[in-house]
Write a protein that binds this ligand. Structure first.
Ligand code: SAM
Length: 352
């Protein structure tokens, strides 16, 4: 594994005093999502059209690493790599390896390692699961919107994608990841017949399946409140299959409401940003593939951290920029309200 010379000082740094990113609404920001490319090999109907031309924005691995390091010094504890499709990104293994060496300045003087996760469509996971694990990735989430090949291909718009992704999920299990989550965005009339098959998939494959309400973040204009399957409806359909038992949240900032079945086999999470928004305990901030900070998925603008780096800004200047930016974090989103405005970027250009 090659070491990036420009950031080799990471390990030798003196331990920092504990710092926290707290926004003006009193929320502590501990989770950073980093998009490392806005390229994707799928064209999921609820996400991207693929018609936006071939203009992509990516920074160098060393640049992402430097920005993430400054975030971590400010108290970020969890980093999730995303995109676009992160497995398309050259240098991914090197990035994971280097991120694993960062220490978040909490609890002990030497800090503790980051909780490092990645979200992928799984298309290239069969080959990359073990190398990612070996490089130090803790957790992997695979996006998968059907458990039957035809519906899967209709959603991804890539023929033959289903089998590859299932092999990828199994490879991730084999590689020994702490927990494997499978995320499914439900769209009424498209894949809502997949709820019970996914429950069976969770039970048979030993993965956590999470249903996500469709949000207005797509490139196409296909979102309407009618297309969203609200939490209560998903729950009712699962209950008709087998009684559900609610599980306690893993953390205060947990976005999913967790369930198992009456026999304790399988785990289902329901993430309901539309019908039961969780903005009040949001702990997230995002860094786009072109180095802009987004304080909310639905922000109308972003904040150019990369610009500070490019102008030769020091770590302290970048940290001050981040601290100021966090104060702009929105109190909540306004999905479904008359005043709702679509965000300035779609999901694939934000990093989900
Ligand atoms: N390519 C990777 C993947 O497929 O997981 C990472 C990027 S993708 C944008 C991240 C997540 O955002 C996926 O789980 C995807 O299903 C979700 N997503 C995309 N558009 C969405 C939307 N409009 N509403 C809800 N979730 C969405």
């Amino acid at each position: 594994m090659s070491i990036l010379t420009s950031i080799s000082s990471v390990e030798e740094r003196a331990p920092l005093t504990r710092r926290r990113l707290i926004d003006k609404h009193g929320r502590t920001i501990t989770d950073l999502r980093v998009s490392i490319t806005d390229r994707c090999n799928y064209r999921c109907v609820y996400c991207r059209t693929g018609n936006q031309g071939a203009v992509y924005s990516e920074l160098s691995i060393a640049e992402y690493l430097r920005m993430v390091r400054v975030f971590v010094e400010l108290g970020i504890e969890k980093v999730r790599l995303t995109g676009g499709e992160p497995l398309l990104r050259k240098g991914l293994l090197e990035l994971v390896y280097e991120l694993r060496r960062l220490r978040t300045p909490v609890e002990t003087a030497s800090g503790r390692p980051l909780d490092l996760a990645l979200t992928t469509n799984g298309h290239l996971l069969a080959e990359l699961a073990q190398p990612l694990r070996d490089a130090g990735l803790n957790r992997v989430t695979v996006s998968m919107d059907a458990v039957v090949p035809d519906t899967f291909a209709r959603i991804t718009r890539v023929p033959g994608s289903f089998d590859r992704v299932v092999v990828g999920v199994r490879a991730a299990k084999q590689a020994g990841f702490d927990q494997i989550k499978v995320n499914c965005v439900l769209l009424r009339g498209f894949n809502d017949d997949q709820i019970v098959p996914f429950a069976k998939f969770s039970r048979e494959e030993g993965v956590i399946v999470r249903f996500i309400e469709f949000m207005p973040l797509e490139e196409d204009r296909c979102w309407s409140l009618d297309t969203v399957l609200p939490l209560e409806e998903v729950k009712a359909r699962l209950e008709a299959f087998r009684p559900l038992v609610q599980l306690p949240p893993n953390a205060a900032s947990e976005t999913a409401i967790r369930y198992t079945f009456d026999d304790g086999v399988g785990e289902i999470g329901i993430i309901a940003p539309v019908s039961q928004a969780f903005c009040g305990h949001c702990s997230r901030v995002r860094l786009t593939s072109d180095g802009k900070i987004r304080t909310c998925l639905f922000s109308q603008s972003d904040h150019d951290l990369y610009g500070v780096l490019q102008r030769g800004g020091s770590d302290a200047e970048m940290a001050a920029f981040i601290e100021r930016t966090i104060q702009h974090k929105e109190a909540r989103h306004h999905i479904g309200e008359p005043a709702f405005l679509k965000p300035s970027r779609s999901m694939v250009h934000i990093g989900g």
